[in-house]
Ligand binder design. Sequence first.
Ligand code: ZN
Length: 417
Amino acid sequence: MTLARWEEYYEGLLGKPKIDTHEHFLPSEEINDEKDPLFAILRDSYLPWILFGARDLKRTEFDKEELLHGISRVPASGFYRYLLRAFRFMYGIEENNITGNNWNVFSEAVTGARAEGLDLIEHWLFDTLGVQKAILDRYWVVGDYQVDRRRFAPVFRIDPYFFGFSSASRDHDGNTPYGPGEKKGEEIVTFADYLELVERRIKKGLAEGVVAFKCAVAYDRSLDFSLPSRQAAERAFYQEEGQEDSEGVIDFQNFLFHHFMRKAAEADLPVQIHTGPGKAFQSAASRLGSIFEMYSSVKISLFHGSFPWVGEPGAMALFYPNLNIDLVWLPVMSPSFGEIALTQWLETTGGARIMMGGDSWNVEGAVGSILENVEVIARVLARLERKGYLSAHTAWQIGQMILWDNPRDFFGERLQV
Ligand SMILES: [Zn+2]
């Protein structure tokens, strides 16, 4: 059987060394200790987002029957297809849908793989798919960067610090910057105390090897970050608990965002920012235009290609050499938008500054996602070669840039690979 040209790129790129710029791997017990690991894998994936609504996830309880009913209504969803793809790749399951009738086929495969005691992430992600390092965003543990350094590098999640104006506020993941012995109103009394807490955390993170700041605050608010005065920023901090006005909160958060950007400049630390889907969809890349101008020395990576505004980061890359673009999650949301986006980005960046990642909570999700990324890359390279825009030699070179050279340039020496 002869392979189509894109399939040649796909097969060739699958095992090539890669840097996976973004994962959220939960401790493996989260799945292994479940009665039905298949249910846990599907629950901790993007599938429930399309079935039950992303923003209500924390409050949504559902069972297997509801999940199966939901699945039957979204067979074309990218949030479903990437999982089926992983089950096919990892376990050879050719079924094109998960139903009540074939549930056990999937369930036995994932349970069996875990029963063998094999480290599945090690086997599939690192050995099979050639990932050399994965950037791990453990957003559920604020201020903790303990990861297996052979395989992972931690990021410093800045989101919780946007919510320190009150002790009761939480970010979209339920996090607060305050920990034991750091209570607002007791140990942390003044805004200066608060900035010192932030400073201590940054110092600890840098000492413990974080490779980037990561900002996903677009799930909570818009990406318009005007620069307020310190006085304006302090106001919400000193307002009565629960009585903060929304303008004061925005000033507080904007100040913190700029504070972290200044710290990133000082430490020469790159910044990863979630763009695209978010709170009220006020999260297009172009809202960050002034940030790229103010912090021109800081390398900033725009996650998810600013979907659906995928043209924006490509256009902005023409003007801002510090702008990087991460394909991460886009090929799972919409593979065809991934191809449109990557084609345009290659034409504007020339191939530099583009990366990819898996953005998943478990190995099946990560494998499915990486495969979607690689297929998008392969299809775009094959098409540009066929058009005569790129030679085959250059197209292969660009494949390597996206998977390896570009993320190495972005993270620099901190990323030990
Ligand atoms: Zn993520």
